[in-house]
Structure formats: structure tokens, C-alpha cells
Design a protein around this ligand. Structure first.
Ligand code: ADP
Ligand code: MG
Length: 503
């Protein structure tokens, strides 16, 4: 087991006109399962396909069509549950959630209300080195996505695209353990990271593959602790749910606005109504969509077309045994094995591809030096061109080669940066480039001594000043580096300059 000694972050306090308030937030995250086919049909889940081209009869709600569960979707939900250290329910069942939507031809969504496939788990939400909030997961259930209505293509007509209808979603429901807007975003970031490691959801928020309903309430300082002791929700304020958020920035803004709205109501002597709201980023406000009184009665009932889902512990164990190393474990290992700071280890493990790249570079080399080069030079350079690590023109071998040349003292750090740029833009073997272009560092003390003597001879006034103020020796070092085209070994130059100026 990991030895995770985290400190809990402080909850965010918002000052109203009359007093301070704390926030309580719970998220329902909808994550599209990464699979080739839909939850109950063989239709493709490919994004961006011709409208209505990926629609099986069952997705279109044709009479008499029967759903057949896709085993891979179940495996993905189990994988996600295991990745969130959650209980896997060997028995789960599907229910119909009835409502009318033009893009939901069945007239109901198949979901799991009473018996979800995944039970309680937990996530460590990173809020800085050594600081994390533990957010409890209440459940994860599998359900179908709806299609898409398009209202802005024609002034008189709306269109429906059923390609997304029936695609598998995991709804990940948290406990109300999130205590501020930044934590809410960090929670989504962490879920996304874990699912990308697991390969269970690609986390593409722009395509709507990851979206969140955000529940927000306010309470007086101290009330949350009472809730935690008793798990009695009456200690908490009335919550509002902000629907369908698909950007980390908007999640934070919406929470902030919603909290202030609730504070103004309560401080004005009113009561918060439990309702569903929408966030309008242009206006910077949330507005009511429907109140609890008008909430749908979904008339849930067990789906008569599907048998309860019974899975075997052996199958779950096989999946557990094949899980990849997850971000927290990888970060701790990088800190231990390579002596990295928590910050560097976090940056390198943010994406599994970044971590794999770094490990290849660091293998058999100085871990900190490797981390520096990967984070500062490589990531910095890739970012300039909006590339990710999979598009890097520099391979781990090439970067490792550059680092070896530095470690051997063949090139200085400054020359290494020039070399990196050459390898990045032109490719090639770093050692061969250094040899072919005469970039090797001069450690030959004779040559350096000659250069130092020349500078000293040419600048008698500077020499006098430097004798009184040893700090001015740096000027001579700079001149020698310049004269040698940056190739002189700076350490050797320093030593020789000090010796000569003292003599
Ligand atoms: P529903 O089924 O009506 O959506 P749930 O009990 O499933 O209600 O809760 C939905 C989400 O709201 C969960 O993430 C939960 O943690 C969160 N939540 C519940 N009570 C509060 C509260 N007082 N403040 C903030 N979030 C809350
Ligand atoms: Mg809900």
C-alpha cells in the first residue's frame, strides 16, 4: 500500500454582507465509456461520423428491438470502479428512466438506479504538494446517453442526430465532500487523469465525453463537521444543481456565482429553493431550469428487457490484476526512485504517455537532470507548437543522448540547449552532431589558460578593479566564454580566472 500522508486543504470561505459562509459541493460526472460499440447495440461510437450513420434499430427505438449488453462496457465500468478503490457489485440491474426527449426515441433511458455496478470508493484530489482532499465516491452506474437535437441549422426546423443515442456513460456520483471551486475542478482533473490512465474514458470535454452536474450549497462554518460526524444531511444547506458543465473554468465560475446567489438569498432572510439551474458564461450567472416541484417523475422501474447483471469475482480479479499503475502510485514511485520533488513528479505523471517518456529518458541516468530536461526543455518546446508528447520529434533516446553528453562533461548546459534545438528541428544523433559541428566543450586547461591570459592582458583596468572587488571576476569568465563560443568548461574557466587574478 502507498504511504500517502496528506494534509487536508482548508475549505474555501466566502464572506457575505453579514457573515462568513462555507461551500459544500457534490458532483455527478458523466463519463463516456471508451469502447467501439454502444451499451446495448453493435453500432459504432465513433465521434464526428455522418449524422445518423451510427444507429442500430434498438438505438432508434424501433418496436420489438431488444437491447443486448456489451460486455466491454461492463468491464470498463469495473475497471473504473477498481481505479477509484471502490466496491464492485457482483449483482447490478438496469432500470428504465422514463421521459420524453426528441433525441431519445425509446422514450426512456436505461440506467441503474437501485443496483449500480459500482459502490463506494474514494479519490485523492491533489491541491498542492502533500495536500489532498479525500473525496468519497458514492456510486458509479452505467447508463445510455441521449442523442443530439440541433436547433441552429435552420430558422424553421430542428434536426436530430442519433449517433450518440445509446452510447455507454458512467455516472460517477461523489459525496458532498468538495469544499470550494478549485477543489471541484481539481476533482474533475483527477477523475479524468485516472480514467485516461485506465483507458476507460478519453476525458475529451470539448466533445462532451466528460461533463458534470454540480451540486452546490452553503453552510455556516462548523456545520460541515457536524454532517461528517453524523452523516446527517440536515446539517447542510439546501443544494442547487447546475447541469451539464463541460469546462473546468466554467465549473469554477458557476460555483462561485451560485454560492454568492445563495448567500444573498439567505442573508436577505429568504430560503434557497432546491432546483436545477443552468450556468450562462456570457452573463456570469446561473438561472433556474426547473424547481423540485416541477422535477420529472421518471417512474423508474426494472427494465423488463434485460436480466439482472451478474458478474463473477474471478472476472473482477482478472481485471484488477491487469490494471496499470495509477497516478498516485506512479508519482510516489518517481519521487522515491528518481529523487524528484512532488511537483516535478506530478507534472511528469499528469499523462501516462509523459510518464512513460520520462522513464525511458531517466533509465540509468540522473533522474533530476532527466526531469529538468523533459519538463523545462522538451515540454516547454512542445507547448510552443501546441504539440503533445506523442508528437515529439525528439525521442527518449535522443534526449537521453544529450543528457549523457552533459553528464560526461562533453558539452556545457548552454551548448546542450543549442544541441537540443538542432535535434528538435533537424533530427540526428546528438553525439554525432557534437562531433561533426565542433560543439565539444573545451576542458583543455592549456587552451583555456591562453584565452584567460589574453583577456587579462587586454584589460588592465578591469584587472585592477577585480583585484579590489573579487565579484568582478565574473566579467572575465563571461569574456572567456564568449571568446570560446561558449565551449569552454565554465568550472575550469572560473578556477583559472580566480587563480590568475589572485596571482
Ligand atoms: P439526486 O438523486 O436527487 O440527484 P443525490 O442524493 O444522488 O440526489 O445527490 C446528488 C449529488 O448531490 C451528489 O453528488 C451529492 O453528493 C450531492 N449533494 C447532496 N446533498 C448536498 C448538499 N447539501 N450540498 C451539496 N451537494 C449535495
Ligand atoms: Mg442525481
Amino acid at each position: 500500500m502507498l504511504d500517502l500522508t496528506y494534509e487536508a486543504p482548508k475549505p474555501k470561505i466566502i464572506s457575505g454582507a453579514k457573515q462568513d459562509w462555507e461551500l459544500v459541493i457534490g458532483l455527478e460526472v458523466h463519463a463516456q465509456v471508451s469502447t467501439n460499440a454502444k451499451l446495448f447495440s453493435g453500432a459504432s461510437t465513433q465521434f464526428g461520423a455522418e449524422p445518423n450513420s451510427n444507429v442500430a434499430f434498438v438505438d432508434a427505438g424501433m418496436p420489438g428491438m431488444l437491447p443486448v449488453i456489451n460486455e466491454e462496457c461492463v468491464a470498463q465500468a469495473v475497471r473504473t470502479g477498481l481505479g477509484l478503490k471502490a466496491d464492485i457489485n457482483l449483482y447490478s440491474a438496469f432500470d428504465r428512466k422514463n421521459y420524453f426527449y426528441p433525441d431519445l426515441p425509446q422514450g426512456y433511458q436505461i440506467s441503474q438506479l437501485y443496483h449500480p455496478i459500482v459502490g463506494e470508493g474514494e479519490v485523492f484530489v491533489d491541491m498542492g504538494p502533500g495536500v489532498a482532499r479525500v473525496v468519497r465516491i458514492e456510486r458509479i452506474h452505467l447508463e445510455q446517453d441521449a442523442g443530439k437535437s440541433i436547433h441552429d441549422m435552420d430558422p424553421h426546423m430542428s434536426f436530430v442526430d442519433l449517433n450518440r443515442t445509446g452510447v455507454a456513460l458512467m455516472e460517477i456520483v461523489s459525496r458532498p465532500d468538495i469544499r470550494g471551486p478549485e477543489e471541484a475542478a481539481a476533482y474533475v482533473v483527477k477523475l479524468r487523469q485516472i480514467m485516461r490512465y485506465l483507458g476507460t474514458c478519453d476525458g475529451n470535454m470539448q466533445n462532451g465525453n466528460l461533463r458534470a452536474d454540480v451540486n452546490v450549497s452553503i453552510c455556516e462554518p462548523g456545520a460541515y463537521e457536524k454532517y461528517m460526524e453524523t452523516q446527517d444531511f440536515s446539517h447542510l444547506g439546501t443544494r442547487c444543481e447546475i447541469k451539464n458543465m463541460n469546462s473546468m473554468r466554467f465549473i469554477q465560475q458557476a460555483i462561485e456565482h451560485e454560492a454568492r446567489r445563495q448567500i444573498a438569498i439567505v442573508e436577505g432572510g429568504g430560503k434557497v429553493d432546491q432546483e436545477t439551474r443552468l450556468y450562462d458564461p456570457d452573463k456570469g450567472e446561473t438561472r433556474s431550469m426547473r424547481s423540485k416541484e416541477e422535477a420529472h417523475d421518471y417512474r423508474y422501474f426494472p427494465c423488463p428487457d434485460l436480466l439482472p447483471l451478474e458478474i463473477e469475482q474471478d472476472w473482477v480479479d482478472d481485471i484488477a490484476a491487469s490494471l496499470p499503475e495509477l497516478p498516485d502510485a506512479k508519482r510516489e514511485r518517481f519521487m522515491g526512485d528518481f529523487g524528484l520533488s512532488a511537483y516535478d513528479a506530478s507534472v511528469l505523471t499528469s499523462e501516462v504517455a509523459n510518464a512513460a517518456y520520462f522513464e525511458k529518458v531517466a533509465e540509468g541516468r540522473d533522474g533530476k537532470l532527466a526531469a529538468n530536461w523533459v519538463i523545462n526543455e522538451l515540454f516547454g518546446r512542445l507547448k510552443k507548437e501546441d504539440h503533445d508528447i506523442t508528437e515529439s520529434p525528439v525521442s527518449p533516446n535522443q534526449l537521453g543522448g544529450i543528457i549523457d553528453l552533459i553528464s560526461k562533461g562533453d558539452i556545457s548546459g548552454k551548448i546542450a540547449k543549442d544541441l537540443f534545438e538542432i535535434v528538435y528541428t533537424e533530427g540526428g544523433d546528438p553525439a554525432q552532431i557534437v562531433a561533426a559541428r565542433g560543439m565539444k566543450q573545451v576542458t583543455d586547461t592549456g587552451a583555456i589558460e591562453a584565452a584567460v591570459d589574453k583577456i587579462i592582458a587586454e584589460n588592465p583596468a578591469q584587472v585592477e578593479k577585480a583585484k579590489e572587488n573579487p565579484k568582478l571576476a565574473g566579467w572575465f569568465v563571461g569574456q572567456v566564454m564568449k571568446a570560446t563560443g561558449g565551449k569552454a568548461n565554465p568550472k575550469t574557466v572560473n578556477e583559472i580566472v580566480s587563480k590568475k587574478l589572485a596571482g
